[in-house]
Ligand binder design. Structure first.
Ligand SMILES: C[S@@+](CC[C@H](N)C(=O)[O-])C[C@H]1O[C@@H](n2cnc3c(N)ncnc32)[C@H](O)[C@@H]1O
Length: 355
């Protein structure tokens, strides 16, 4: 573009501005004229309670329909109250209203698109704000309903989970009690104790240690964890213990009470029936003795009980016996056993039977 072209462009703009300065904005419902569109809009709002901007927004009027609307009102001269009642553009949709009624109508220069772009503008008495408010309220209501449903669902889940957890916990307690009951019942019969007492290596090892170490037991308070027939309690009493408490959760405890009495050691030994973990001791003890070993040393699972007693019932400088043990392993091969168990299990028929 040349500089002369530029200059002529600018002069065109200036002339247009001068022209529009002479134009007047004519009211839609009277002969009143105004210097600016805004003044004219303000007049219609004050005098006829007609907010043209809000009306444009409400009916979503675009540029063409705006031109048609202005010309329609100027041509047909409807009452302001009728215009305000309009809910659609149907009355001024005809193309004939594109034809200006007032020559150089300043109102036709109003930028409708700009109004829509700025529709975040808050109109206090227009429909735009009310529409937005209604939509927002509806959304809030839907969100509240959805929240209520979610809370109900969560409550249902919580109840179901609680039911399932309680059920599982109950099952575990029942299983634990049944397992424990079975275990202690197996020690209630004298047969098993007879077998243990007859195990010479076992019984004599304990006897030798206790009887040959009176300095450990002299005047000591001794706890015999899982006393059974009370054999270790009686050995401890013989070795000089001041007080011995023997505890066993199996019914053999009742026989132990008789045995202690018959051996006239009831002034030293007290037998209690119950779980060592639940025992209520007036004071801590100096020595803990226990025969807790099972097959493969740990099979009885009684070591935990003894360690519990050590941690909770033993004086800080107290002693626990036995205090050492070891497991020895040796490899062996048994072809016959391997054939009958492992190989059989690997055959599909066999594995199905085993399942
Ligand atoms: C291997 S026997 C030893 C019995 C006896 N001390 C002996 O040497 O002949 C283990 C004993 O500990 C008892 N026992 C196991 N766990 C116990 C616990 N938690 N509380 C009380 N007694 C338990 C059993 O009932 C059983 O009579």
């Amino acid at each position: 573009m040349s500089s002369s072209e530029n200059e002529s462009d600018w002069s065109d703009v200036e002339e247009e501005e001068k022209d529009s300065e002479h134009l007047k904005a004519l009211c839609l419902f009277s002969e009143a004229q105004f210097q600016s569109i805004e003044d004219c809009f303000g007049h219609m709002k004050d005098k006829y309670d007609f907010d043209l901007k809000a009306f444009i927004r409400k009916l979503k009027i675009d540029f063409y329909n705006y031109v048609k609307f202005i010309n329609y009102v100027r041509k047909e001269k409807p009452d302001p109250s009728e215009v305000k009642k309009m809910v659609s553009t149907s009355l001024f949709e005809k193309d004939c209203y594109l034809q200006p009624v007032v020559v150089d109508d300043l109102l036709l220069q109003f930028d409708v698109d700009e109004l829509h772009e700025n529709n975040v503008e808050i109109s206090t008495n227009g429909f735009h704000l009310e529409d937005k408010l209604a939509v927002t309220e509806r959304r809030a209501q839907l969100a509240e309903e959805s929240l209520e449903r979610t809370i109900l669902d969560l409550e249902k889940c919580r109840k179901e989970l609680k039911k399932q957890l309680l059920g599982a916990a109950e099952e575990m307690v029942t299983h634990y009690n049944e397992t424990n009951e079975g275990y202690f019942a197996s020690y209630a019969h004298h047969g098993i104790h007879e077998e243990m007492l007859k195990d010479k290596v076992r019984t004599e090892s304990y006897r030798d240690f206790i009887v040959k170490n009176p300095k450990v037991f002299k005047d000591a308070i001794v706890l015999d964890v899982g006393c059974g027939t009370s054999i270790l309690s009686m050995l401890a009493a013989k070795s000089g213990a001041k007080k011995v408490i023997g505890i066993d959760n199996s019914d053999v405890a009742h026989q132990a009470m008789d045995i202690v009495r018959e051996n006239k050691l009831d002034d030293i030994i007290t037998i209690m029936k119950g779980k060592a973990e639940d025992i209520n001791m007036p004071s801590k003890v100096d020595v803990i003795i226990s025969e807790w070993m099972g097959y493969f040393l740990l099979f009885e699972s009684m070591l935990d009980t003894v360690l519990f007693c050590r941690d909770n019932l033993l004086n800080p400088n107290g002693r626990i016996y036995p205090d050492k043990c070891n497991i020895q392993l040796s490899a062996m091969a048994d072809d016959e056993y391997y054939e009958s168990k492992v190989k059989f299990g690997r055959m599909s028929m066999g594995s199905k039977c085993l399942q």
